[in-house]
Design a protein. Structure first.
Length: 158
């Protein structure tokens, strides 16, 4: 899953429609799906990084069952709990990504499950930009830091 495409879709959804009665103003359903897409961009960026750092990043590794298994091992709730337990051992880029991940997940829950929640275009666009910036910063972190985060969000502490 390409996180950049998910961010592009989120931006499209948050843009004003060029048609219909609500011309110039996105509908709540569009804003909700944009928020969800922004979170999933972060989720898939993390899942892909986990698989790339633990199994291998070349296209050859992407065909291996172990790569797919590692990618799919990321669990929303467990990752959130691990991030909330602390990221102080990580560099700022990773900490910023973790904080944005949890914030984005909170917003996605509201967008997907709270029927009375209302969102504005400006707050939605801000959330999308925050997700994109956090992913870019995360990807700029050293591979050893991203590998350590993979272990942190995938494996239960014992």
């Amino acid at each position: 899953m390409n996180w950049e495409q998910l961010i592009a879709i989120a931006r499209m959804l948050a843009a004003a429609p060029d048609y219909g009665e609500r011309r110039g103003r996105p509908q709540q359903a569009q804003l909700r799906k944009a928020i969800s897409a922004a979170y999933y961009a972060m989720f898939h960026a993390l899942a892909g990084s986990n698989a790339d750092t633990l199994i291998g990043a070349s296209p050859h590794f992407h065909t291996l069952p172990a790569w797919t298994q590692t990618y799919r091992a990321l669990e929303h709730g467990f990752a959130r709990g691990q991030i909330n337990r602390g990221l102080t051992i990580f560099v700022t880029n990773i900490q910023d990504f973790g904080n944005a991940f949890v914030d984005s997940q909170n917003q996605r829950y509201q967008a997907d499950y709270n029927p009375t929640a209302q969102f504005t275009r400006s707050e939605t666009i801000s959330l999308i930009s925050q997700a994109e910036s956090a992913i870019i910063g995360f990807e700029a972190a050293e591979p050893t830091q991203r590998k350590a985060l993979a272990a942190h969000v995938l494996f239960r502490p014992r």
